[in-house]
Design a protein around this ligand. Structure first.
Ligand SMILES: *Cc1c(COP(=O)(O)O)cnc(C)c1O
Length: 387
């Protein structure tokens, strides 16, 4: 037997950055002080660079869904017609949220494991749709949606575009200002390597203007109030100060990795996820496994179909019992059928190799026929080519 080191390999929460954990432990400042205002302003400025936007970024003390709810509450009035792109559990979250705010929801739907094309959107959308809500990467299936294509298609229309990029940011290249994305949303427990509890979003001028006339109720998630206070280095209510300190430290780490340039650090983080994802996909194919969203896989995570006769819950258990590592099962009705391995944030070459090596042993233990080392060899070849 060997000791179990306990890697967190799930697409949120993700593995924590040690320097961010230390920053949290030392963060005792009060939120209405000059010291905290300086930190908060610095984090908002860093997030603009990380997101790659000239738009104002809003930070909220909530999980990612809070910023999703804020987008719905601030941009719509009861009875508004909206469009949701849905091909998984997080697309369904947009549907549920929009309905709970009294919206008239049309859905462009694809089966789990597939993406939604611009053509599908084109066929359904009308000038009456006030907002289109979508994911950049659907974390329940591992699929990537075409944010650029849909954004460019919507340019010049009255339909605002809101993108849940909670696993998209830090794993996907965006140029949201050029494409015309009105709100893009991220969360702290994903690529930015800190614990759950913060959501952030960048908001376009068009979206700020829309909020002047919309009628849905909002109080804690009033984005305009948050923007006003953010300009003064403050949050409207008591923010999760320790998480803000952690996020600042994570941005410093990325800036440092980028040789003093935060945007370069973000590019490195995206490349990192892409290489890790390509390694895991190649390894899976070599082990006779099927990638769940093979036609449009994202870099944030890889969803892999459990081999015939094997329940993915047993693969998840095998990782935990043999290696102390946590991977994600399928969500909802996909539970038992697929498992998900994360690449977003603080995972490097060694973590990726470890996950693939562990997967070989777990699958072999469950009776899946494979040659030990076949997945690792394929991953090594990808690394040699890409890195
Ligand atoms: C993690 C995640 C969310 C947010 O979930 P919370 O639990 O509210 O943080 C939303 N969308 C996607 C695509 C996610 O991966």
């Amino acid at each position: 037997m060997m000791i179990r080191k306990g890697r967190l390999l799930t697409p949120g929460p993700t593995q924590l950055l040690p320097s961010a954990q230390l920053a949290m432990a030392g963060a005792t400042m009060h939120h209405r002080t000059a010291e905290f205002r300086a930190l908060y302003s610095k984090v908002l400025a860093d997030l603009k660079v990380f997101v790659g936007t000239g738009n104002d970024v809003i930070l909220l003390t909530s999980s990612g869904t809070g910023a999703m709810e804020a987008s719905v509450a601030n941009l719509t009035s009861p009875g508004d017609k909206v469009m949701v792109v849905s091909a998984g559990k997080f697309g369904e979250r947009w549907e549920g949220l929009a309905k709970s705010y009294g919206l008239n929801v049309d859905v462009v739907r694809s089966p789990y494991g597939e993406t939604v094309t611009v053509q599908q959107v084109r066929e359904k959308i009308t000038a009456e749709h006030k907002v289109l809500f979508m994911q950049a990467t659907e974390s329940s299936t591992g699929a990537r949606h075409d944010v650029e294509g849909i954004a460019r298609f919507l340019q010049g229309s009255n339909t605002l575009l809101v993108v849940d990029a909670i696993t998209g940011l830090g794993t996907t290249r965006f140029n949201i200002d050029a494409w015309g994305v009105d709100i893009i949303i991220g969360g702290s427990q994903k690529a930015v390597m800190v614990p759950p509890g913060l959501a952030y979003c960048a908001v376009s001028e068009r979206a700020w203007q829309r909020m002047e006339t919309t009628k849905n109720p909002r109080y804690y998630f009033d984005l305009r109030k948050e923007r006003k206070n953010g300009a003064k280095g403050e949050a409207s209510y008591t923010p999760a100060t320790a998480l803000v300190a952690a996020l600042s430290s994570a941005m410093d780490y990325l800036r440092d990795q980028g040789g003093g340039d935060l945007a370069a650090g973000r590019e490195l983080l995206i490349n990192n996820a892409e290489i890790a994802a390509a390694m895991v996909r190649a390894a899976s194919n070599a082990m006779g496994l099927k990638i769940f969203s093979a036609s449009s896989p994202c870099a944030a995570l890889t969803a892999i179909t459990a081999p015939p006769g094997i329940d993915s819950s047993d693969i998840v258990k095998g990782f935990r019992n043999q290696f102390g590592s946590v991977i994600a099962n399928g969500q909802g009705e996909m539970k038992g059928q697929l498992f998900r391995i994360a690449h977003l944030g603080y995972y490097d070459y060694a973590d990726t190799i470890a996950a693939i090596g562990a997967l070989e042993h777990v699958l072999a233990g469950l009776g899946h026929k494979l040659e030990l080392g076949s997945g690792l060899r394929a991953a090594q070849e990808v690394y040699a080519q890409r890195a």
